[in-house]
Design a protein around this ligand. Structure first.
Ligand SMILES: C[S@@+](CC[C@H](N)C(=O)[O-])C[C@H]1O[C@@H](n2cnc3c(N)ncnc32)[C@H](O)[C@@H]1O
Ligand code: SF4
Ligand code: SF4
Length: 267
């Protein structure tokens, strides 16, 4: 028993201040030390695991990222990396493709310059140029996905967004907006929470923050919850540990009612 996906927060640095993202409230250390990254990757080596080298931060803001991605590949691991794309010049895109990163997801959010810059607070023209360059150097096995959070789309702009990318990107996705605590830049009426007692993320995903804490879910962006710490405990032990087992058992019995972060989640 081992996670299928491990999100490693190599850095909390980020050049953007997206209105929907709680990144601005994150106060923990900025970098995960390299020995801890290596420990995590060594424990994953040879396993059928996808590494997502981001959580609250942008992986391209980490000067060590290419080295980290090579280390993933040396250990036979798949990589799905999400980035805002604002720091991704052509040279870096080539390096990612040469390393053999399996998936590079660009979080784009809108095709309208004004809306994009309202959401992401960085230059639309720079990002579009960076994505064009990335698509021009992309080759198998690397895939480029384009994603948006469902905020300002109407029927027409949604179709336009999908249509614009459908021939050049390998996948286009518009994901549901998550209302994080403390985020006021954008709000939607709170959806009625589904009465779920199971969640795929809890079953498959492990999140390791810069300080080594294994947060219960990426929704706990402040890292106030933990199933254990990867500095002192192996990933396999954290995964099989009583903290995680008890949480899942409670979720089955109580349907999230008393469980943070699941009780605030709309997924
Ligand atoms: C937190 S970011 C970290 C990686 C990178 N900085 C990026 O923007 O892709 C990971 C993903 O979360 C998405 N995200 C941020 N705030 C969100 C929200 N309130 N609801 C849903 N997704 C959100 C981003 O658009 C991005 O695709
Ligand atoms: S969504 Fe990504 S780029 Fe935007 S603030 Fe959050 S971490 Fe940074
Ligand atoms: S917070 Fe939401 S997405 Fe995360 S494990 Fe709980 S129910 Fe699943």
């Amino acid at each position: 028993m081992f996670p299928k996906i491990i999100q490693i927060e190599t850095t909390t640095l980020c050049p953007s201040k997206c209105i929907m993202c709680p990144h601005k409230f994150v106060a923990r250390q900025k970098f995960m030390p390299m020995p801890l990254i290596e420990k995590i990757l060594d424990e994953c080596a040879g396993k059928d695991v996808t590494i997502m080298p981001h959580q609250m931060g942008d992986p391209i803001a980490d000067n060590r990222i290419m080295d980290i991605l090579k280390k993933c590949k040396d250990r036979g691991l798949k990589i799905l990396m999400s980035t805002a794309g604002i720091l991704l010049d052509k040279e870096k895109s080539k390096a990612l493709v040469d390393i053999g990163v399996d998936t590079i997801n660009i979080s784009l959010d809108s095709l309208n310059k004004k809306t994009y810059e309202r959401i992401r607070k960085v230059s639309f023209d720079t990002v579009m140029k960076n994505v064009e360059d990335l698509l021009s150097v992309k080759r198998a096995p690397t895939e480029v996905w384009i994603s948006a959070v469902d905020m300002f789309f109407d029927k027409k702009t949604r179709l336009e967004f999908i249509d614009y990318w459908k021939d050049t990107a390998d996948r286009v996705q518009i994901s549901p907006y998550v209302q994080y605590p403390r985020v006021r830049g954008f709000t939607l009426p709170r959806k009625k929470m589904k009465n779920l007692n199971w969640c795929q993320r809890l079953e498959n995903d492990m999140i390791i923050l810069t300080n080594g804490e294994a947060a219960k879910c990426c929704i706990d962006f402040e890292g106030t919850t933990s199933f254990g710490n990867a500095n002192t405990t192996s990933l396999a032990e954290i995964w099989a540990g009583s903290l995680r087992r008890d949480y899942i058992e409670k979720m089955k019995a109580e349907k999230r009612k008393s469980l943070y972060p699941c009780k605030i989640c709309v997924i």
